[in-house]
Design a protein around this ligand. Structure first.
Ligand code: GDD
Ligand code: MG
Length: 356
């Protein structure tokens, strides 16, 4: 059977003032009527039965997520995999894999970050289908995105040209020659220029049993910890015993912990539109723009602005003649900054944290 795991445990502060500590990006209505996690849920239901969608998160976020996914409440009952605290993606994926294996030893899992924007549902679903076929054959499948800038916040994947591992319509899968997580700026520029690298989308498809084996192999301490958690789960141990063990797991991402090291990685170059919407300025990769290149949301009266991002959460916002600016207004905080300084929003959040 095909399972989905929605990763929704990250914190994310780069969408301040819309995002807050307990209200990260996946819970925001950044574009469209649905929040990003609702969009992720709807997208995955084209491929996976709702009863087989697992939500991986922590106690601080679980309640808001339950509310936002209320539409599927009955089917999601018992599908929340709750970590006592974030230990990064490798332990989170490992814990979810234990649950999949418990339900189906041959289960295949699609890992989906809760906070990405994807356009082109049919193409996404075709990629998931091919991914599942390759996963059945033991591959750790990644979806490769054609890079358009020397981004240092992503993983880079260089596929081998041959052998082709499988195909589905226009899509095909290839073995991975190299997986490099978050290279420095010079390396990223070199990869972009080489033209043979793809961005790692952060979505994965693999058999739960395969990823557990690969964790054992490349992260033995994490593998042993997960093994003990499995014994406790099998023995019907208490929540607090399992939580205690989880807190002691090494904190490592699946990208550096497993994907950079595995010999079984495969990549499907995908053709759907994708963005990890990492900060305010990246909104324009995915949100509709008006003729002057503005992304405008909410109650806004604008005169003559160009290439700007203007968000009004509750109040009326009026803007005149802006170019390349970001304006985000919420009831208790307002952000105004040049688009090219969007990355620095996280510095504001750091300052606010220290003041508390
Ligand atoms: N449950 C849970 N627990 N989820 C987590 C945790 C955790 O401890 N840590 C992060 N997540 C979730 C985040 O909410 C997000 O949805 C997803 O896992 C990925 O984590 P990020 O922290 O956003 O990773 P990243 O963006 O730095 O890098 C990853 O994604 C890039 C593409 O967006 C990597 O896979 C890169 O290689 C990739 O290019
Ligand atoms: Mg991310």
């Amino acid at each position: 059977h095909l399972y989905a795991v929605i990763l929704a445990g990250g914190s994310g502060t780069r969408f301040w003032p819309l995002s807050r500590h307990l209200y990260p990006k996946q819970l925001l209505r950044i574009m469209g009527d649905d929040t990003l996690i609702q969009q992720t849920m709807r997208r995955v239901l084209g491929s996976v039965d709702p009863g087989r969608v697992l939500i991986s998160t922590n106690p601080a976020q679980a309640e808001s997520i339950r509310v936002q996914l209320g539409e599927w409440k009955d089917r999601l009952e018992g599908n929340f995999v709750i970590e006592p605290e974030g230990r990064n993606t490798a332990p989170a994926i490992g814990l979810a894999a234990l649950e999949v294996v418990r339900r189906d030893p041959d289960g295949v899992m699609v890992i989906l970050p809760a906070d990405h924007v994807v356009k082109g549902e049919a193409r996404f679903q075709a990629a998931v289908r091919l991914g599942a076929t390759l996963a059945e054959a033991g591959h750790l499948v990644t979806f490769g995105i054609k890079p358009i800038r020397p981004e240092t916040g992503y993983g880079y994947i260089q596929p081998k040209r041959a052998p082709r591992l499988g195909k589905e319509g226009k899509l095909a899968g290839y073995p991975v020659a190299r997986f490099v997580e978050k290279p420095d700026a010079r390396t990223a520029a070199r990869y972009l220029k080489a033209g043979t690298f793809y961005w790692n989308s952060g979505m994965f498809v693999w058999k739960a049993a395969t990823i557990l084996e690969e964790i054992d192999k490349h992260q033995p301490a994490l593998g042993r910890g997960l093994g003990r958690i499995k014994q406790l789960l099998d023995a019907g141990a208490s929540r607090s015993d399992i939580d205690g063990l989880y807190r002691g797991l090494p904190s490592v991402s699946i990208d550096t912990g497993v994907m950079e090291r595995s010999a079984h990685a495969a990549m499907i170059p995908v053709d759907f539109q994708w963005s990890d919407v990492g900060n305010w300025s990246s909104i324009e990769e995915v949100a509709p723009q008006d003729q002057a290149g503005n992304v405008i949301n909410g109650k806004v009266v604008d005169l003559d602005s160009r290439n700007s991002i203007i968000y009004a959460d509750r109040r009326l916002v009026a803007t005149i003649g802006l170019s390349d600016m970001v304006v985000v207004d919420t009831p208790d905080a307002t952000l105004v900054c040049p688009k090219e300084r969007s990355q620095d929003v996280k510095k504001v959040v750091e300052i606010l944290r220290k003041q508390k």
